[in-house]
Write a protein that binds this ligand. Structure first.
Ligand code: 2P0
Length: 323
């Protein structure tokens, strides 16, 4: 009744920000991401008769804040397996948690896989995705490698890979500008934007056109086109965030300095574009041959604490299963 799984974080090129009114943590829009092979979450789930409640630790520290969401996901798996057993969940990230690096995505993807394996379940892909999505809307994307699309379909979502990591050699250089966890998490941040930003309806209305454009660029390996639509989606999302009341300002001064440096690099012909999530880190997406140059430029910018370069990664997987 014990299993482990690893999953990689992902970075959305066409972003998710906002939810449908229905239950089940359903996104208002689809999204499109790349999976980062150079960073990972490893999660072990052990169900046992001696536990009165689920126990969750993150990087060796008991994480009371994560427990409710973890228990909600495990309850779905317990219902499928017909058991009431509680679980001990140990999760380790080899990258900074809670600072816009999508640790919840890799965390809930690994949890869904390890939890199902520990219970001896072999869930349909749609059920596994649903369990991961209830934990975190970006988590189904981390179940897959390479370029990944998440679509709304009927009452739910469908997630599927578009290109494997070797099919278009792209890398992501993350420039870390602040290590502390963000002040406003994605969930309350999205609710605030839905309720108060005058840009939110435009964001939702124009989203599908960005997805379609990105799909076309990926199919044609058109890096310049993908750069343009991805930066547009990122800035449109931050326009929604910044025009929320009170405003959500996730950037640090170094975030903007990196954006300007990346735009200057692209103007010189370096194949790179930026994206920024609900945190101050910059993710520079580039053709892999340019990653050394991008890392060199970003690491020299005042306020950049360090850079981490990652090729695209594989799908999440079960690494160990004990009876
Ligand atoms: C994304 N983000 O598409 C966007 C861009 C943050 C900014 O998905 O509420 O932690 O748990 O579903 O998955 C972060 O949102 O939010 C996110 P919940 P999640 O990557």
């Amino acid at each position: 009744m014990r299993a482990s799984a690893v999953a990689h974080p992902n970075v959305a090129l066409i972003k998710y920000w906002g939810k449908r009114a229905a239950a089940g943590n359903l996104p208002a829009t689809g999204s499109l991401s790349v999976t980062l092979g150079g960073m990972q979450t490893q999660t072990t789930v052990q169900f046992s008769a001696g536990l009165a409640a689920d126990e969750v630790s993150l990087n060796g520290v008991v994480d009371a804040g994560a427990s409710a969401r973890v228990t909600t996901c495990l309850d779905m798996l317990r219902a499928d397996a017909g058991t009431q057993l509680r679980a001990r969940v140990e999760s380790w990230n080899d990258f900074p948690t809670g600072a816009g690096l999508a640790s919840s995505a890799s965390g809930f993807a690994a949890l869904a896989l390890a939890g199902a394996a520990a219970l001896g379940l072999e869930p349909e892909p749609s059920r596994l995705q649903e369990v991961a999505r209830v934990g975190s809307g970006s988590a189904p994307r981390s179940l897959f490698g390479g370029f990944v699309q998440l679509r709304n379909q009927g009452e739910g979502t469908v997630c599927e890979p578009l290109l494997g990591p070797a099919e278009w050699p792209v890398s992501v250089v993350v420039a870390i500008t602040r290590l502390e966890a963000k002040e406003t998490g994605s969930r309350p941040g999205m609710r605030l934007s839905e309720a108060t930003s005058p840009c939110y309806p435009v964001w939702v209305e124009t989203h599908e056109a960005d997805i379609q454009r990105a799909l076309q660029c990926i199919a044609e390996r058109d890096f310049t086109g993908l750069a343009e639509v991805s930066e547009h989606s990122c800035l449109k999302m931050h326009a929604v965030m910044m025009t929320s009341r009170p405003p959500l300002m996730y950037w640090s001064p170094a975030t903007l300095a990196c954006i300007l440096a990346i735009q200057a690099l692209r103007a010189e012909g370096v194949p790179v574009f930026f994206t920024v999530d609900a945190g101050p880190q910059i993710k520079a997406v580039c053709l892999s041959e340019a990653s050394g140059r991008v890392e060199q430029v970003l690491s020299a910018i005042p306020g950049v604490l360090r850079t981490v370069s990652s090729p695209l990664g594989e799908a999440a997987r079960v690494t160990q299963r004990d009876a």
